[in-house]
Design a binder for this molecule. Structure first.
Ligand code: G4P
Length: 531
């Protein structure tokens, strides 16, 4: 093995790249902040907090974020902890931008699902979990807010199994909940981590390790809490064990209980997470799968972010490195365009700060200034035969609007803008097949995406538009040629921006009708970005 290969192998071995998924308010921001705190990245932890408080703060982030007090942009938080390079792919807090989260999951090697102990599985968790399931992604579960009145832990675990259809294995077990919550029992080391509730929630919690039979526990708990705890521990000691193979395929999820806000169970979780989380692995392509240890550099663009900072006024393409060593200034090829690009200004981004990156390795994410030559899903590589990583899935829009250009002389700019926004994955564009109008229908997974598009059209392209909500609910991509297509009167045939045929349905009845009248018709809910 050459020195370069040895370094590459070493760097791959120490990378852990993951994303956190949750329903809004379950505690994603809080857990992120606490993981950074325990990981020693205190400077980043402060920035996460500032970001959550940004609705009150004066920020020069995207105008829309300011106006709405929401966070749209997402970046990567990287820190070294016990020799491991942790890359936490941050995802937008608002569910209207969940498409961004779906794509970010493609760049991660594992995910952490946070549940609110009082609420269990919520709508958004379910949607995001589906993406992890499709990708067979290793998934950790953190059941948060145990310091509040919670559902029964066995019921919570049961719900994960029955609603999500994934096996669970409890890695720790809570002692009490709400005011009686005193700590968690680590099933691995057979020790209770007894926490002291401190005044200051920002620091590390004081932990005392006790044997579960220590009389001090019984003394300090009411009898019901103690009995429930002992029953739970006995039950779990006899329950299924952690199965590394099932975990690697996303078929079994290790479950942790805790309270992120109070720092209960966070360190325990972080330590076990880092010992179990997978390193960067194989990535499928249209040719041979790519291994991270390959000398050839390669990566793919999983996110394009516009206007992250009005001071810079540029777009950033986020590249997940999949193999080889990345070096500032290196020349790479883009499979889609066959162009050669020099990656002269790679950076790591967090909020308003940008740091130049000189080298990076598989599992890392770098931001590249995009002058329009990079699109979502692009494969970049530095040598050998051209190939493509798996295409980025396009999720079906759930909201539809008709968009009309106020000033017809701006139509050319409008078209250009729509092409660009489609390449960024910011919106889905549908053109009516049968219509005499130039006005397309835009589709989005979340309503707020339309506001971003309206804002971008005006600010970047000087195009004012009128938006009109459409009574449509579903888009389906036609998977086969159907002669004599029969559809309900209010179903609209259209093509997307890549000229693929779609049907836009106002409701379930109309979709059922299309199935009934056209036996054998294939209607796909998922498509891919690009041809
Ligand atoms: P999100 O990113 O998933 O949307 O959730 P976030 O972390 O912002 O948390 C949502 C709310 O839940 C916050 O309260 C947060 O403090 C609280 N929270 C998070 N973890 C815990 C926990 O373990 N226990 C309890 N009791 N609360 C928790 P907030 O009122 O919105 O904000 P603030 O009080 O922190 O300012």
């Amino acid at each position: 093995m050459t020195a370069t290969q040895a370094q590459l192998e070493q760097e791959v071995q120490r990378r852990r790249t993951f994303a956190i998924i949750s329903h809004p308010d379950a505690g994603k921001t809080t857990l992120t902040e606490k993981l950074l705190l325990y990981g020693g990245a205190v400077h980043l932890a402060g920035a996460v907090k500032a970001r959550r408080a940004q609705q009150h703060a004066v920020s020069d982030w995207m105008e829309l974020e300011k106006q709405r007090g929401i966070s749209i942009t997402s970046t990567v938080l990287s820190f070294d902890y016990q020799g491991i390079r942790v890359n936490l792919l941050d995802t937008p807090g608002h569910q209207d931008f969940s498409e961004d989260t779906y794509r970010t999951l493609l760049a991660a090697d594992s995910a952490v699902m946070i549940l609110d102990a009082a609420r269990g599985i919520q709508a958004q968790t379910l949607k995001l979990f589906d993406v992890c399931k499709q990708r067979k992604m290793p998934l950790f579960t953190f059941i948060n807010k145990m310091d509040r009145p919670a559902l029964d832990p066995l019921d919570l675990i049961g719900e994960v199994e029955s609603v999500l259809g994934i096996k669970t294995v409890a890695m720790n077990w809570p002692l009490g909940n709400g005011v009686t919550f005193k700590g968690v029992y680590d099933l691995h080391e057979h020790q209770l981590h007894w926490f002291e509730r401190g005044e200051d929630r920002r620091g590390r919690a004081d932990v005392t390790r006790l044997s579960p039979t220590d009389p001090a526990i019984k003394e300090q708990c009411d009898s019901e809490t103690y009995r429930n705890f002992i029953d739970g521990v006995e039950l779990l000691e006899a329950a299924e064990e952690f199965d590394p193979q099932m975990f690697a395929l996303g078929q079994q999820t290790p479950v942790y209980f805790g309270s992120a806000a109070n720092n209960f169970g966070v360190q325990l979780f972080l330590d076990q997470f880092l010992s179990m989380a997978p390193l960067p692995g194989l990535r499928k392509t249209d040719a041979q799968p790519v291994t991270p240890q390959e000398e050839r550099f390669s990566g793919f663009v999983f996110k394009i972010q516009a206007d992250m900072n009005p001071k810079h006024r540029d777009h950033v393409a986020f590249l997940r490195i999949c193999s080889g060593r990345f070096e500032r200034g290196m020349k790479v090829k883009n499979t889609r365009t066959n162009d050669t690009l020099r990656l002269s200004n790679p950076m790591q981004l967090f909020a308003q700060s940008r740091e130049t990156v000189d080298e990076a390795f598989p599992g890392d994410v770098v931001g590249l200034v995009n002058a329009g030559d990079l699109a979502l899903g692009d494969t970049l590589y530095d040598s050998g035969q051209a190939f493509r990583f798996e295409p980025i899935p396009q999720f079906p829009a759930e909201h539809f609007i008709r968009v009309t250009v106020e000033d017809p002389s701006r139509r050319k700019q409008f078209r250009k803008a729509l092409d660009q926004l489609t390449l960024e994955g910011a919106v889905q564009v549908f053109w009516m097949e049968d219509s005499t109008t130039y006005d397309p229908i835009l589709g989005a997974v979340g309503q707020l995406q339309f506001e971003v598009v309206e804002h971008r059209l005006k600010q970047d392209y000087g195009v004012d538009v009128r938006l009109e909500p459409m009574p449509l609910k579903f888009v389906r991509w036609l998977g086969n040629e159907v002669t004599n297509l029969q559809i309900s009167r209010s179903t609209r045939p259209a093509v997307d921006n890549w000229e693929r045929k779609v049907l836009l349905f106002p409701g379930q009845w109309d979709m059922d009708y299309a199935h009934e009248k056209n036996p054998g018709i294939i209607l796909n809910a998922l498509s891919t970005l690009g041809r």
